[in-house]
Design a binder for this molecule. Structure first.
Ligand SMILES: Cc1cc2nc3c(=O)[nH]c(=O)nc-3n(C[C@H](O)[C@H](O)[C@H](O)COP(=O)(O)O)c2cc1C
Length: 354
């Protein structure tokens, strides 16, 4: 199974399944001499962990990370950073009903077809449990980046959509509510809505907006490794992501070039930022911002029709502990993926000039 390594210089290889002994990874290419605050890594994991509020899956995992290598006297040594998070709260019995049938729109069918068999317990490798490893690597990347500020937040749940621009929001409010929306009035509406969806045993989708500030000019490697292309790949690799919209995005289609162009100020900044901080695949020093659409996830706690391994139609009842809406827990995952891209591209930029 290829495809478990992300990044060119700052590289994460992740391992593990939802109901295996542990998940974890190896970070290769992290520069030496970074003072690592381990508490900050754990805090990021706590933002992603299950059971953190009434509107997420009730699997209870402490998600404590153990770091095995690459650290000495509180600093990175430049050698591979190996780490693991033990799985402690698996309930594999909850998944015996999907051993021989496939949840529609989950990864069950394609894993079986591709590999010939699958670990059906908790979704195995296709479970978003794997993303905890990304959060660890992202938390380390954030500490390497220092000045670059990455803030993601929930901007939409179903039809409930924030009407404000990100500049009007107070990012310090993101962590003040279970949804992770900085507009508290909207956060309350979103929370109530997710609760009502959960009561129905159903799921709902949402949008996360990510804003990256203090990015220096010059990150991005044209032509195939443009900065926004890598951010797109990073975000689309997150489970349940169905859309990525960069800068002015699809709305930009409605404008003429003369309206859409970001006019220069004399210092090289621009008076608008429809480019989203990247032009020609290279950061221009303005804020980077993008939206990520998450689908309503597949596991509904209702009875549904599907097929079994023999291709026969069967009725199944959804069971287990699941997220009715994944965006609150996906916020730290988005930030982690963005941090890994920025760390990787900061290192790549050092190879361009003598
Ligand atoms: C934070 C997070 C939590 C998730 N929790 C669930 C869940 O409880 N139940 C579920 O069916 N899918 C969940 N998913 C989505 C599945 O992992 C994903 O839909 C599945 O692997 C199929 O991949 P795809 O939707 O990207 O095609 C979650 C995704 C994220 C990002």
């Amino acid at each position: 199974m290829a495809g478990n390594t992300f990044g060119q210089l700052f590289k994460l290889t992740s391992f593990g399944e939802s109901h295996g002994r542990a998940i974890g990874g190896v970070i290769d290419g992290c520069p030496a001499g970074i003072v690592l605050d381990l508490e900050k890594i754990q805090l990021e994991l706590n933002r992603r962990k299950p059971g953190q509020s009434a509107i997420v899956t009730q699997r209870k995992e402490p998600d404590t990370v153990e770091i095995y290598s690459g650290l000495f006297e509180g600093k990175t040594t430049g050698t591979p950073i190996g780490f693991a998070i033990h799985n402690t709260n698996q309930k594999s019995k909850d998944y015996s009903h999907i051993k021989d049938s496939y949840r529609p729109s989950h990864a069950d069918y394609v894993y079986d077809q591709k590999y010939g068999f699958r670990d059906y317990r908790g979704g195995g490798r296709s479970s978003a449990r794997e993303t905890a490893s990304r959060v660890v690597a992202g938390a380390i990347a954030k500490q390497f980046l220092e000045n670059i500020k990455i803030n993601a937040f929930v901007s939409q749940v179903g039809e409930i959509k924030l009407q404000k621009e990100y500049q009007q929001l107070d990012f310090s409010k993101i962590e003040s509510n279970a949804v992770r929306c900085p507009d508290l009035e909207m956060a309350e509406k979103m929370e109530e809505y997710i609760k009502s969806i959960k009561k129905q045993g159903d799921t709902i989708g949402g949008v996360i907006t990510c804003v990256i500030q203090n990015v220096p000019i010059g990150l991005g490697e044209p032509v195939f490794d443009k900065l926004h292309a890598e951010l797109g790949k990073a975000m689309l690799s997150i489970n349940a992501v169905k859309g990525f919209e960069y800068g002015s995005g699809f709305e930009g289609v409605l404008m003429k070039g003369s309206e859409h162009n970001d006019q220069f100020n004399e210092d090289g900044t621009t008076s608008t930022n429809r480019s989203g901080g990247v032009q020609g695949g290279i950061s221009n020093g303005m804020d980077i911002y993008f939206n990520i659409a998450f689908k309503p996830v597949a596991t509904v706690l209702q009875s549904y029709e599907t097929i079994n391994k023999e291709g026969e139609k069967v009725m199944t009842q959804g069971k287990g502990r699941h997220d009715p809406c994944v965006v609150p827990r996906a916020v730290p995952i988005v930030e982690a993926m963005a941090a890994m891209v920025l760390a990787d591209y900061t290192l790549l930029a050092r190879t361009n000039k003598i």
